[in-house]
Structure formats: C-alpha cells, structure tokens
Design a protein around this ligand. Sequence first.
Ligand SMILES: CC(C)(COP(=O)(O)OP(=O)(O)OC[C@H]1O[C@@H](n2cnc3c(N)ncnc32)[C@H](O)[C@@H]1OP(=O)(O)O)[C@@H](O)C(=O)NCCC(=O)NCCS
Length: 163
Amino acid sequence: MRNMDDFSGSDGRALSVDYHFRKMSEQDLADVLAIERKSYEFPWSEKIFQDCLRVNYHCYVIESVQQVKGYAVMTVAAGESHILNICVDESLRGFGIGRSMLAHLVDHARNHRAEMMLLEVRASNKVAIDLYFSSDFNEIGRRNGYYPLKNGREDALILGRIL
Ligand SMILES: CC(C)(COP(=O)(O)OP(=O)(O)OC[C@H]1O[C@@H](n2cnc3c(N)ncnc32)[C@H](O)[C@@H]1OP(=O)(O)O)[C@@H](O)C(=O)NCCC(=O)NCCS
C-alpha cells in the first residue's frame, strides 16, 4: 500500500509525507528498537521482536524516504486479531500515520478472516485511546495493575471491535 498525502498537523503545520507500509525484517530491528526505546518507558527487547518475526506474527514497518518511521505487530488466529504494538516515530506523530496503519491492520486482519480485533492499552495513554475510540473500538474489559510503572502498576484497558 502506498500513500502520498498532504497532512496538516494539529498545530497547523503542513507536512508532505510520502510513506508506505511493508513487512518488517530482521534488518529493520535496529531502527525499530531505536524508536521503541524513545517511545516507551518499558520498551520491548530485541528478543521479543525477533520472536515475533520468528513465529510469523504480522509485523510491518512504516517507511518514509527509505527510513523506518514506525511499526506494528499483530497476531491473527482463529478468527481473532490482536494488536500487540503500534508505534510512530515522535517526529511524524499527529499527521494521520497511526490511523492509517490501524486501517491497514484492519484490512489485513479481515483478509485473514478475522472477525474481531483486540488490544490492550495503558489507561493513561490518552492519545492512543482517542485513536482507538474514534476507530470503532469499545472498552470490553480492564486488567488491574497489568503494566509496570516506575512507582507501582497501571491498569490496562482491553479494547475490541468487530471487523
Ligand atoms: C498512538 C500513536 C501510534 C498514534 O500515531 P499518530 O500517527 O500520532 O496518530 P494520528 O496522527 O493518526 O492520529 C490519530 C488520532 O490520535 C489522536 N492524537 C494524535 N495525536 C494527538 C495529540 N498530540 N494529542 C491528542 N490526541 C492525539 C487523535 O485522536 C487523532 O485523531 P484526529 O487526528 O482525527 O484527531 C502514536 O502517538 C505513538 O506511536 N505513540 C507511542 C506509542 C504508543 O503509545 N502506542 C500505542 C500503544 S497501545
């Protein structure tokens, strides 16, 4: 899938972004890990990404001007898809790329006959929750203390949508 769009960021900046999604490979892991470590307080390790690739999870990168600018990891099995990670590099956030990646995952999951999409998100992650709620996800549960914090634990919201 190829996109060539003019985006306007929430602060009014105009940005012309040429990007596309492609499958992630081992060669992408250094770039993926650099974004992962900047984006999360408790980032995934290289081994986790390697395992996702090894077991053939659906792993994509967002590439812009031949640079990895984000990624997503999803499982699809037995009619159910589960987004395990979706991340856009800080420099390109707020321009519609995360929403576009989510739509790409929805299409891909449907093509693999998934009927349901699930994910967990930190209860404090307002940006991501807004993205999901405006993309037909609903809260279907909560896992108390699921995520670590520097000082304690934080709940996960379990969100789901029919495909
Ligand atoms: C969540 C994330 C993937 C969104 O990617 P993005 O490319 O910035 O998102 P988009 O530009 O497509 O915006 C989609 C929606 O997110 C919300 N959003 C995006 N930026 C926002 C901001 N700065 N403030 C508030 N809401 C924001 C809005 O609801 C937006 O929809 P709108 O533009 O129609 O108002 C990105 O912020 C990210 O990588 N965050 C760090 C990793 C993470 O938390 N991943 C989710 C784990 S569950």
